[in-house]
Design a protein around this ligand. Structure first.
Ligand code: UDP
Ligand code: GLC
Length: 385
């Protein structure tokens, strides 16, 4: 099966990390076409996954773009659509992994007569997308996609609520290699020592810095916790949220938390950092479509508290495999952090149970198999293979 994967991003977000794993599984006969150069391309090259940057100019359609501004940007897509269509003729199926990839993939599918699979990583709600963008995504998916893979039931439900055809959709969670999260190149003690965190109760946040990822809620909660509770914020602004980064630094200074909050920036070594945490906090203020960090923390054997909305509630059984906190409620989060600090045996038992369950539930080999089977069904249905 020859797949032309399409993704708009040059940066490494969760959707791109997911795609790297799926494309690796198909690397012998497939290609990843990107609409921007950057660290994602470098990662694919490092793993010998065929990749090509297809766009020669940035695409100026944003998440909150209005109808008029989206329309005026369409012409910039024409060369990209032409190039993708030509390439697609050498592949069995087009697999669009992002919204702009859907737009380009839909036209390329029409012109090359290749079926289109759309992997939906986003919750199509007003919290995340303008009305125009939701309409375009749903209309194109309904009209051109043979299959829409949603990364959670929450994402699937939002697609259907926005007018998406339910019969096109299947839910497939992100996959992970459990062994990667359980091996230790450095011990948690060594990492804590390197970061100057000895003797602290360390709460880790592992998300790009963006208002809806809610790092400000964790900082607010920290101010309500004992002095020996510290936070590491791992991640950077990937999509131009520099004002928010500045606000976070100001908030830390105003609350006099400089010694208790470390900004570590984007890190490629998330696993040892997670292993060094006493608790991993996911604090999104808008519903999280899936939340890779939640599963990663589980696989690292660390207890996790997540904001109770979107896909996150599908990943955690409260008190059994993790904890949930109301989105945006720093007081509740602070109380959960304090309880975890005071009840280490309970936290360890939850983390242990989560690690066992997550190792089976999100196993990469099985997820890759499920995706391949669905694509085969699409091709068989269309009598292509
Ligand atoms: N991540 C990373 N380095 C960082 C911060 C995050 O590699 O400094 C990874 C993290 O381990 C996770 C992904 O980025 O795999 C974020 O995915 P998630 O689904 O949690 O959120 P997204 O950013 O895609 O909305
Ligand atoms: C998107 C979502 C995130 C999800 C990831 C992988 O980036 O924001 O919640 O985990 O895709 O599906």
């Amino acid at each position: 099966m020859k797949i032309l994967f399409l993704d708009q991003s040059g940066n490494l977000g969760g959707a791109e990390l997911f795609l790297a794993d799926v494309a690796k599984f198909h690397q012998e006969r497939s290609l990843v076409g990107l609409f921007a150069d950057g660290s994602f391309k470098q990662l694919l090259e490092k793993h010998h996954i065929p990749v090509q940057v297809l766009a020669t100019q940035p695409i100026n359609i944003r998440k909150y773009s209005s109808f008029i501004s989206s329309l005026s940007s369409i012409h910039s897509l024409l060369p990209l659509i032409a190039k993708t269509t030509k390439l697609a003729c050498n592949y069995d199926v087009i697999y669009a992994n992002t919204q702009k990839a859907l737009v380009v993939g839909a036209f390329a599918s029409l012109l090359s007569h290749r079926p289109l699979v759309f992997h939906l990583h986003d919750i199509l709600s007003p919290n995340h997308f303008s009305c125009t963008n939701r309409y375009v995504a749903v209309t194109l998916a309904n009209r051109f996609a043979s299959l829409v893979i949603a990364n959670s039931k929450a994402t699937q439900a939002a697609f259907i609520a926005s007018g998406g055809r339910a019969e096109l959709t299947r839910v497939i969670y992100n996959g992970f290699e459990p062994s990667k999260y359980q091996s230790q190149d450095v011990t948690p003690e060594q990492t804590r020592q390197q970061l100057g965190l000895d003797g602290q109760f360390v709460v880790g946040s592992f998300s790009r810095l963006s208002p809806w990822k809610g790092q400000h809620i964790l900082i607010e909660a920290l101010a309500q916790c004992p002095e020996d509770v510290t936070a590491i914020l791992v991640g950077d602004a990937l999509f131009g949220e520099d004002d928010y980064v500045q606000q976070l630094h100001q908030q830390v200074a105003q609350l006099r938390l400089e010694k208790r909050v470390s900004f570590l920036g984007f890190r490629a070594d998330v696993i040892p950092l997670m292993q060094a945490c006493d608790l991993v906090a996911h604090t999104s203020t808008a519903p999280e479509p899936f939340g890779r960090v939640i599963v990663e923390a589980m696989l690292c054997g660390r207890p996790v508290v997540a904001a109770a909305a979107g896909g996150a509630v599908e990943l955690i059984e409260v008190g059994k495999t993790g904890l949930l906190s109301s989105p945006g409620n720093s007081q509740e989060l602070a109380q959960i952090i304090i309880n975890c600090q005071n009840q280490p045996e309970r936290s360890a038992a939850i983390a242990h149970q989560a690690q066992i369950q997550a190792s089976h539930r999100f196993e990469l080999a099985s997820i890759n198999e499920q995706i391949s089977q669905l694509i085969c069904q699409v091709l068989q249905h269309l009598n292509i293979k």
